[in-house]
Design a protein around this ligand. Structure first.
Ligand code: AMP
Length: 176
């Protein structure tokens, strides 16, 4: 479960109904990013959770995951890997198919981004169904990385995304 000490961050998450399509309540993190205490607290709290771990690389999932990944990589003196949607990366990629609500999409990572055995922290803003995080973990392992953990600012617990991440260390600060 997410920890109640982080609940105050909810004040800086804005609900946008019916975005990007009808029926979805989009969790907008821009108020949190714009608030100096909330943003630095978010990064520190995630870093604190994984402090005992050796992290070689922080992997950010396009696009909001990049924003969380960069300060964490700096904090851990780790490298940063972008995981992107199909066709965006310029070099040879490893690709992972994953399920969307309707159909499939692909996530990609540069084939040489990870050296065998490196310890990877995967980060994003929101865990919803867990499909994106699960596919990223599988892609990481196929590229030779060890998943040290998966972290998001929030999880939509009613979608049971955690179940898809069984066997991985998953951490989120707040839960809806
Ligand atoms: P999922 O694969 O269902 O866990 O979806 C997670 C990805 O979709 C993350 O990259 C999120 O940024 C994005 N996402 C899914 N649902 C929402 C939501 N309600 N609000 C904001 N982002 C979302």
């Amino acid at each position: 479960m997410a920890d109640s000490q982080h609940e105050w961050l909810k004040e800086y998450i804005r609900d946008i109904p019916d975005f990007p399509k009808e029926g979805v309540i989009f969790k907008d993190i821009t108020p949190l990013l714009a608030h100096k205490k909330a943003f630095s607290y978010t990064i520190d709290a995630i870093a604190h959770h994984f402090d005992r771990d050796e992290i070689d690389l922080v992997l950010g999932i396009e696009a909001r995951g990049f924003i969380v990944a960069a300060p964490l990589a700096y904090r851990f003196t780790a490298g940063l890997i972008p995981v992107r949607k199909k066709g965006k990366l310029p070099f040879t990629v490893e690709s992972q198919r994953y399920q969307l609500e309707y159909g499939y999409d692909h996530l990609e990572m540069h084939r040489d981004a990870i050296t065998e055995g490196e310890r990877i922290l995967i980060v994003d803003d929101v865990l919803a169904t867990g499909g994106t995080a699960r596919a990223t973990a599988e892609l990481t392992e196929r590229c030779g990385g060890k998943v040290a953990g998966i972290a998001t600012i929030m999880e939509l617990a009613f979608l049971n995304g955690r179940e898809k991440l069984a066997g991985y260390e998953f951490f989120s600060l707040i839960s809806y």
